[in-house]
Design a binder for this molecule. Structure first.
Ligand code: CTP
Ligand code: MG
Length: 388
């Protein structure tokens, strides 16, 4: 196979996920903080032999796809059809010559080794597909068994499946209006030679609720727990009110700062960025940039979870202590907790806000300013962390 062949991954994501159910079709649902479709795109786009990734979605799924894909480069999305085969046909019509790896969005994890094996086998065959042997006893029948089937020559066929675009277009043309469940079916029926390579349990399709639970368990086993710390101080200046934890608090003094000087939101933002090893608030929102003059600190705080979730991370808990003689924090604690949880898209039980005085000692004790200290616990995949 000449190295000059262009390799495109074509990911079909136009289904409705009826067997799994739920509010969103499975390919757009978050799995460990990242949409299933985005996992699939990342798994293929990160392979050095893959030149481009294209995605086929259903008509009316554009907004869900945009939210799922974020800034990932997949060109223009392609609109698919009623059956999976229609979606693949629509995808093929949008591709030029070269090699295509047709892949189900519902298979979020694809080891690079499988892609290596597929592209290797394509050199001597018209196509190559990953297969895994069948472990259970196989039988025919309904309420009673009619016959046992020898499983020794049976395989489950997974995706991605590799072909030369013109061969696959030919095979689909031969298939006419039929709607097979994958490409190997049309290729074999058209008399073309399809090689089998070793598949991987990681490639099993998410079809039922049990599959989803298995995938979540698999993902969480790859995540490690990280803790970050954040600290912030703002001096009193001018008249109140002041902002703390996203809540406006009546006070005779305000707080000085470039943005809205919300010490609680700043400390929590730094704790989250710290846990993910992503620098600090000043790097992401430089105080020298006039754009952030008087800014609502909720913007800063919302940025940190979007980065963490984009890397497949999960936020477990944030805790913050306010250090102030006045104003009294306790009457506002519940409101601050609820506001922080809302900004972070967490449950209130995952957020804690506390307060202390310093018994009159130091700058806080002299009522010169307010400090806040925060801790955040997140879980994030080590492999993603290392590329940050
Ligand atoms: N698919 C597609 N176009 C269709 C149907 C399916 O692109 N008309 C895609 C799905 O999005 C999925 C893959 O084909 O990535 C495999 O299909 P399947 O697991 O059957 O997904 P759904 O059809 O969405 O699920 P269900 O059959 O449970 O409704
Ligand atoms: Mg289906």
């Amino acid at each position: 196979m000449p190295a000059t062949h262009n390799v495109t991954a074509l990911i079909v994501a136009a289904g409705s996920g009826s067997r799994l159910g739920g509010e969103l079709p499975k390919q757009f649902r978050l799995l460990g903080g990242t949409a299933v479709l985005a996992h699939a795109v990342d798994a293929l786009a990160s392979h050095p032999r893959i030149d481009a990734v294209r995605v086929v979605i259903g008509s009316g799924q554009e907004a869900m796809a945009r939210a799922a894909l974020g800034l990932r480069d997949v060109g223009d999305v392609i609109i698919g059809g009623a059956e999976r085969a229609d979606s693949v046909r629509a995808g093929l019509a949008a591709l030029g010559d070269g090699i295509v790896l047709v892949h189900d969005a519902a298979r979020p994890f694809c080891p690079h080794a499988v892609i290596d094996r597929l592209l290797g086998a394509l050199g001597d065959h018209d196509g190559a597909v990953p297969v895994v042997s069948v472990a259970d006893t196989i039988a025919k029948g309904a309420r009673t068994l009619e016959a046992m089937v020898d499983r020794s020559h049976l395989f489950r066929v997974q995706t991605p499946q590799a072909f030369h675009v013109e061969d696959l277009v030919y095979a689909y043309d031969e298939a006419g209006k039929r709607a097979p469940t994958d490409e190997s079916t049309v290729m074999v029926e058209a008399g073309l030679k399809v090689a089998t390579v070793e598949g991987d349990a990681m490639l099993d399709k998410l079809t039922t609720a049990a599959d989803w639970e298995r995938a979540e368990a698999l993902l969480s086993a790859r995540l490690v727990s990280r803790t970050g710390i954040g600290f912030d101080v703002h001096a009193f200046a001018g008249d109140g009110p002041l902002m703390m934890g996203g809540v406006e608090i009546a006070h005779d003094r305000g707080l000085a700062g470039h943005s809205d000087a919300d010490v609680v939101l700043h400390a929590i933002t730094d704790a989250l960025l710290g846990a993910a090893g992503l620098g600090d608030i000043g790097e992401h929102f430089p105080p020298s940039d006039p754009h952030w003059q008087g800014a609502d600190s909720a913007i800063f705080l919302a940025h940190a979870p979007s980065l963490i979730r984009a890397a497949g991370g999960i936020i477990d808990f944030v805790d913050c202590t306010v250090v102030a003689e006045a104003p009294k924090v306790s009457p506002h604690r519940a409101a601050m907790r609820s506001k922080v949880a809302q900004i972070l898209a967490l449950a209130e039980g995952q957020v804690s806000i506390k307060a202390t005085t310093t018994e009159g000692l130091g700058f806080a004790g002299r009522r010169e300013g307010i400090a806040a200290q925060a801790v955040a616990t997140i879980r994030i995949a080590i492999d993603r962390m290392e590329t940050n």
